[in-house]
Write a protein of this length. Sequence first.
Length: 460
Amino acid sequence: MIAKLIKPEIEELIDKKNWREIKETINDVPAVDVGELLEDLDEETALLVFRLIEKRKASDVFSHLHPDTGAALLNQFTSQQVRDIIGGLPPDDRAAFLEELPGHLVQMIMNNLSPAELNEVKILLGYPEYSVGRIMTPKYVKIKRDWTIERSMLHIRKWGKSAETINVIYVVDERERLIDDITLNKLILADPEITISLLMDEKFVALNVMDDQEEAVKALSKYDRVALPVVDSDGVLVGIVTADDVFDVAEEETTEDMQLMAGMEALDDYYSNTSIKEMIKKRIGWLLVLFIGQLFTTTALGAYEDIIAKAVFLSLFIPMIISSGGNSGSQAATLIIRALSTDDITIDDWKKVFKREMLSGLYLGGLVAVFGFFVLISWAFATGQKIDNVLMLSSLAISLSLLAVIIFGNILGSMLPFLLTKMGFDPAVTSAPFVSTLSDVTGILIYFSIAIAILNGVIF
């Protein structure tokens, strides 16, 4: 928001070449907003403005830039500037940024990092992609259980400035294994002469370095923490994950799920940075799959061609029938996918969910069926049609079809996420278009099967 407000002002100052006022303006604006501003400027102007940013703030601004913009700026930096900017990034941000860069820029950056910074990057990049190890930072403060509060506070004052956060201080044993965490306010309020062990309860939550990043999102949300410690398989403290890193992961996961549920592959980059060619590549696969699925719908309709010829009016209600099943299935799929992603339910709860959705489908389908029956009768009466046995039986067939397809849609939409999860796939691919396509085919089969059973001997 701030970036949009100051953009016209900055552009006007650039036209006037008033670099002093530009410098004063951008250094009074939060780093994230300066980053947004640079994204909207052309490459040459962005470089000029970036060089006006105070040195202590430059790395923070750089961390908020898209990798493409950052790469364009890096190509214009001197070796010293690269060392200052990249070296000032938090280790986890530095590793994440390097992943997105072309090889020659990665090599240039690695050549300009200090041995300690280079070692940190190599460690983080050595963990599997999308693991907690990739987003953790080694910048934290640790203390020992036999230290006094006074000694611990001196240690915190010495090393706290370089830490990502000091809200929580971590206690390790002689083998660097995590044994507890203590909030800073407890240390501040404690008697300086007592030892850390007297404040410990040895109750803490930690992530494993090999956990999926989604586990970090869930854990920080569940325990309402701004940071969580990360340990290896031996319980050794190797880093911490902070809320700001997790927010980025949560945004990426939510975006990916939304795109999958729309019936397409997840984009590798922001929409605005994705080429039309890449967009087509991501979308065409599912479009073809769904098209083939609709061919089955046409085939199902063809199987009842003779029935439709004898009772053309039945075809008028096909869209209503199949859309009701698709809508109920999409609702159920969305609810279950979200419940699975938030750990509200697990894959072992499928029987419980089956019963709930069967009962929900029965109630929902029953209400829609009764409503539909009276709407059809009222519609016939309003249009002057004769209220006879054929009309009543036809309305009954349509109503029962609504009941059946909604029940089936509920079951299909709720069970597919479990099936895909069991098979190792992302349940988000049971998207609304996918569920709707399956519901279309089964809806036609259900509709005409019920119609034939009820109207056989009456119309056919």
